[in-house]
Ligand binder design. Structure first.
Ligand SMILES: Nc1nc2c(ncn2[C@@H]2O[C@H](COP(=O)(O)OP(=O)(O)OP(=O)(O)O)[C@@H](O)[C@H]2O)c(=O)[nH]1
Length: 350
């Protein structure tokens, strides 16, 4: 029903830091506008008090003016100040005119949530301190005059209204906070994925592979062997030279996909760099890894990848006690070097 009141600003999408400020500004202006409108009407129609009606009418114009200006400019900083000053002034006016009686002081507790949310820590502290200072002055005045405490229906209304406003404000706070955390969590997951993924092929990158290996090594024993393959495309330079770098990229992407399809579920395929790939075979002895590597080599040699007949050379190594990530991969590299020297399209264990 009130959708027209809440404008979506394209410059403040829902993951923008000011998004929830624009929402609170709209809510606050809706409340102040309704408040002034109702009081103006009541003062004219019921009490015929035109001077009060004029005061409330001025407040109404202010509220609508800020609203119109905010919609036109989308300036969150200036509107935040305008709204905070208006809300604070309204509350302080009420407290001072009622001399702090009828629980009117309770309204002051609404200022900090507004001021901190809309103005931030420093200005929020300033506005809140000022408000509570005025409250203290009002209480001081009460002490001086020694008026007896007086609780009437107005007191009850003040307590109920402020309590409802508090609950709504804190619900709003919590919604804004959890939404910000959800957005952060999604962004973090995206960033993490980017940090561990090779951009061209979508495989894990070298860093992720190394980290995974480091994490795996402590769990390796005779029952749970671990082997790695270092796999390099033979004469890949020719593809680039003959068909161009973009075609080379396409071939690498297709090959990466093929490798993933050919590997077992538990194996981890990563791009080591250039036209080199590493496969981390968990629960695989040297023998098992050799069989896997031979199968991959044969499959690739038989297939046409992106219109190209390719072969690969593979070096295979099994983890032995005392190995580090570097020494394990170095041994696989020695195997790869020998496979290349053997005329390529072959698998050598080292
Ligand atoms: N298209 C493309 N080419 C790449 C990329 N990274 C490395 N290369 C190319 O891969 C080729 C590797 O060439 P070399 O190291 O000489 O190896 P090779 O031609 O595969 O020969 P051998 O490995 O000895 O069988 C070079 O032409 C690099 O430019 C990449 O991301 N995209």
């Amino acid at each position: 029903m009130l959708r027209f009141w809440f404008k979506e600003f394209p410059q403040y999408p829902c993951d923008h830091t000011d998004y929830w400020r624009t929402r609170l500004i709209s809510y606050a202006l809706l409340v102040t506008t309704s408040y002034f409108l109702i009081l103006t009407i009541i003062n004219i129609v019921t009490f015929s008090d035109f001077s009060l009606a004029l005061l409330d009418g001025t407040g109404l114009l202010f509220s609508l003016g800020i609203f119109a200006w905010f919609r036109a400019t989308g300036n969150v900083t200036v509107t935040s100040w305008a709204v905070t000053i208006m809300v604070t002034a309204l509350i302080l006016l009420f407290i001072v005119t009622s001399q702090g009686y009828s629980h009117s002081l309770y309204w002051a507790t609404l200022v900090p949530p507004f001021a901190f949310f809309l103005l931030g820590r420093t200005s929020g502290t300033g506005v809140s301190t000022f408000t509570f200072f005025i409250c203290a002055l009002v209480v001081y005045e009460q002490m001086e005059t020694q008026q007896p405490a007086f609780f009437a229906f107005g007191s009850l209304l003040n307590v109920i209204e402020v309590s409802i406003a508090h609950i709504l404000l804190f619900r709003f706070y919590e919604q804004a906070r959890s939404s910000a955390y959800d957005t952060l969590a999604i962004r973090n997951a995206e960033i993490l994925q980017l940090a561990e993924t090779d951009k061209l092929t979508g495989l894990y990158n070298r860093e992720k592979l190394e980290n995974t290996l480091i994490a795996c090594l402590p769990g390796v024993d005779e029952q749970h062997p671990l082997s790695v393959m270092l796999l390099d495309v033979d004469y890949f330079k020719k593809v680039n030279d003959q068909y161009g770098h973009f075609e080379g990229d396409k071939v690498l992407q297709a090959l990466a996909k093929k490798l993933k399809d050919l590997m077992r579920e538990q194996d981890i395929v990563a791009r080591w760099g250039g036209e080199e790939f590493v496969v981390l075979c968990t629960n695989a002895s040297l023998e098992t890894a050799m069989q896997l590597a031979q199968r991959i080599r044969e499959d690739i040699a038989k297939q046409v990848i992106c219109g190209h007949g390719l072969t690969v050379s593979v070096g295979v190594a099994q983890y032995v006690p005392g190995d580090s990530v570097e020494s394990l991969l170095d041994r696989a590299d020695v195997g790869l070097y020998q496979a290349k020297n053997n005329g390529r399209n072959s698998v050598i264990a080292a």
